[in-house]
Design a protein around this ligand. Structure first.
Ligand code: MSP
Length: 651
């Protein structure tokens, strides 16, 4: 048992959160929950980075004061974290007085030590990254190396500079002595190469705008947003005001970040702390990018996916509770992509994991075990008898899985840890199939059947404890169905290490399936990703193409019902539909024949854009457009919930 302080980056408030931000935060949440399970004293911090030019410009674009704007976006981040069941202990905002005080104090201390001096700085500046880039790192035509295609601004200004160069050798020696301070190794190697190439003194104040923390000894300047931002990790612990809390949790055990901001955390931050006489963090762990079609999710690049929309989609498609669908999204992100590497988001893979791993391997094992306990034993779990068959092997495997999962989770290898847990689920499914309690009953051996059920449920108890950091809601539901009186939240890892903990005499409570299978033949919608402007992005600026509400109102989108459907002869893809749009019947041609049988379409209630200019397709005049989601070669027709009549307007 020890203490465990984990942080996420504090996110810019230049725009609403997307799944890229959620990816880091979910991973941090799972690590925090896992360490609580392991009995550690955990502090989990997240928050928002609200100063600087990107935030200021967003506020201007939206016609709000900077404070109004950042209040709104900080609220959106908090709202999303609550929706995603993020168990943060504190949410820090850099506009809070408790933070500003510490940022100013650290700046003053570095100045007093002679590490900060007045000079001028010139260079290529990216306002999205809030950083200068050396000539050697620029993209083609002097564009940002991180934001593909974004032009940089040549900026020259009087500013305070921080003597990074003075600490170069110290940092190299430190990393050499504590290699685990930067993980994974590839990132460490990059950082070391960057330091070896020579550290330039860093511009740490700006005087061309004032949306920031004022430099305490020169109010014409505000503190550079990265210095301001990094100090959140100590200001939130009460570095000035709450020395007891600070001592309890500092140094940070893990700063979890995306690979785009390793340098700030693994170079600038330890130097600032060391120069200020504060202990440096134990580790910066950098994960890879979440991409869509190979393009990084990023609002400024125009590729976004709202995790709330995605979770609600999964809930609607499966019939699961929204919180359980949230669990599925959490599970998918951590299971699918080895943590540290980059990976592409793909909705069909999410559905595949939902059905195979969650509905089948986990949910269905409960669904077929508990009702048997009810049918054969009146719902009361019998005491197990002596080992037979593969009983001992299942028990041994469970123990080794708990140890392996623990080991992998400690190193943030979420995907491997989940793989281990699913190894136990696979074994438990195989166990019940092979040992076949139903056969034991037929053969007049109810005791043996009871033992098999006991062992299967014991494996499920262990799995449920282990998955609880990833699937907090589903694990709670499973725990309730197992009928164990002690709360799941009170369980610790050693309860998963022990076998035979389920008390005989327990009354199980089977319920409806926690993860109802998703019918992939009909209902699945593509995730609403906006691959807006991979093409438009090189023009720079905010590439999201916004339309006004009036422009949207010009679209006549309605609920419609298909009355007839037939293939357009001589084509693979086209179907000719007659659709009732409320006040008239139209012919609409749609390219969905590879995914839908004409006969299955009749009677479906769909969504149609009614005021599209008529056009001839293969000799048939199409008047209107059926709306469907498309991704890759896949198509899913939009349908409407509830009792909306044909002709109802979509607005
Ligand atoms: N404000 C700074 C961080 C200051 S920390 C002292 C910042 N903010 S950010 O809003 O741009 O967030 C960047 C972080 O969001 C990344 O480091 C990463 O953790 C997460 N991600 C944003 N988009 C992502 C992906 N497409 N994929 C994975 N993570 C992503 O930088």
């Amino acid at each position: 048992m020890g203490k465990f302080y984990i942080t996420t980056p504090i996110y810019y408030t230049n725009d609403v959160p997307h799944i890229g931000h959620a990816y880091t935060t979910i991973a941090a949440d799972v690590a925090a929950r896992f360490h609580r399970l392991a009995g550690d004293d955990v502090w989990f911090l997240t928050g928002t980075d609200e100063h600087g030019l990107t935030n200021l410009r967003s506020a201007e674009r939206h016609g709000l004061t900077p404070q109004q704007w950042v209040d709104r976006i900080a609220g959106a981040f908090r709202g999303l974290w609550d929706f995603l069941n993020i168990s943060y202990d504190d949410f820090i905002r850099t506009t809070e007085p408790r933070h500003q005080k510490v940022a100013a104090a650290i700046f003053q201390r570095l100045y007093d030590k002679g590490d900060i001096y007045l000079g001028t700085y010139e260079g290529w500046y990216c306002t999205s990254c809030e950083t200068y880039y050396p000539e050697s790192e620029l993209g083609p035509n002097r564009t940002c190396p991180i934001h593909t295609g974004r032009p940089l601004e040549w900026t020259s200004e009087e500013c305070y500079l921080f003597r990074l160069s003075r600490y170069q050798d110290w940092l190299l020696a430190y990393i050499d002595a504590s290699p685990s301070s930067i993980e994974p190794e590839t990132r460490r190697n990059e950082v070391v190469a960057f330091i070896r190439s020579g550290l330039r003194d860093l511009a740490v104040s700006r005087s061309t705008f004032d949306w920031g923390v004022r430099v305490p000894f020169d109010p014409r300047h505000v503190i550079y947003v990265w210095i301001d931002a990094l100090t959140n990790y100590i200001s939130a612990l009460g570095y000035v005001d709450d020395p007891a809390r600070f001592r309890r949790f500092w140094p940070a055990d893990i700063h979890l970040v995306g690979q785009d901001i390793v340098r700030f955390h693994a170079v600038y931050w330890p130097i600032i702390l060391h120069a200020a006489g504060i202990e440096v963090p134990r580790q910066t762990f950098a994960h890879g990018y979440l991409t869509f079609g190979g393009q990084r999710f990023s609002k400024s690049l125009g590729v976004i996916l709202d995790p709330e929309v995605l979770s609600r989609e999964v809930a609607a498609e499966s019939g699961a509770e929204v919180d359980v669908a949230v669990d599925a999204v959490r599970y998918f992100l951590l299971r699918e992509i080895p943590f540290g590497a980059s990976g592409d988001f793909n909705k069909p893979a999410l559905i595949g994991r939902f059905n195979a791993d969650l509905a089948n391997d986990y949910g269905n094992l409960l669904n077929r075990t508990l009702p048997l306990v009810v049918r054969e034993f009146g719902g009361v779990l019998p005491a197990p008898g002596p080992d037979e068959g593969t009983d001992a092997a299942l028990r041994t495997l469970a123990r080794s899985v708990v140890d392996a999962a623990f080991e992998q989770l400690t190193r943030l290898n979420f995907s491997q840890a989940l793989g281990e847990i699913w190894r136990l689920l696979g074994a438990a499914n195989k166990y019940i199939d092979e040992e076949a309690p139903w056969t034991a009953i037929k053969r007049g051996r109810p005791d043996r059947a009871g033992t098999i059920l006991y062992n299967t449920l014991e494996a499920l108890r262990i799995v449920t404890i282990l998955v609880s950091p990833v699937l907090p809601t589903a694990a709670q539901r499973a725990w309730g169905q197992l009928g164990i009186p002690q709360p799941l939240a009170a369980q610790r890892l050693d309860a998963a290490r022990r076998w035979g903990v389920l008390p005989a005499g327990l009354t199980v409570r089977p319920g409806s399936p926690i993860f109802p299978r998703i019918d992939t033949r009909s209902k699945v919608a593509a995730a609403v990703v906006t691959p807006a402007a991979v093409a438009a992005a090189p023009k720079g600026g905010n590439s999201m193409q916004e339309i006004s509400i009036d422009e949207f109102r010009r679209l006549d989108i309605r609920v419609a019902q298909i009355t007839t459907a037939e293939r357009v002869p001589g084509t693979d893809k086209l179907v000719k539909l007659t659709v009732d749009i409320g006040d008239e019947v139209r012919t609409v041609v749609a390219g969905i024949a590879t995914h839908y049988q004409a006969a299955d379409l009749v009677g479906r209630r769909i969504v149609v854009l009614a005021n599209l200019q008529p056009r001839k397709v293969r000799g048939v005049e199409s008047r209107g457009m059926l709306l469907a989601a498309t991704w890759g070669d896949d198509v899913a027709v939009l349908s409407v919930d509830g009792a909306a009549p044909t002709g109802a307007k979509i607005s």
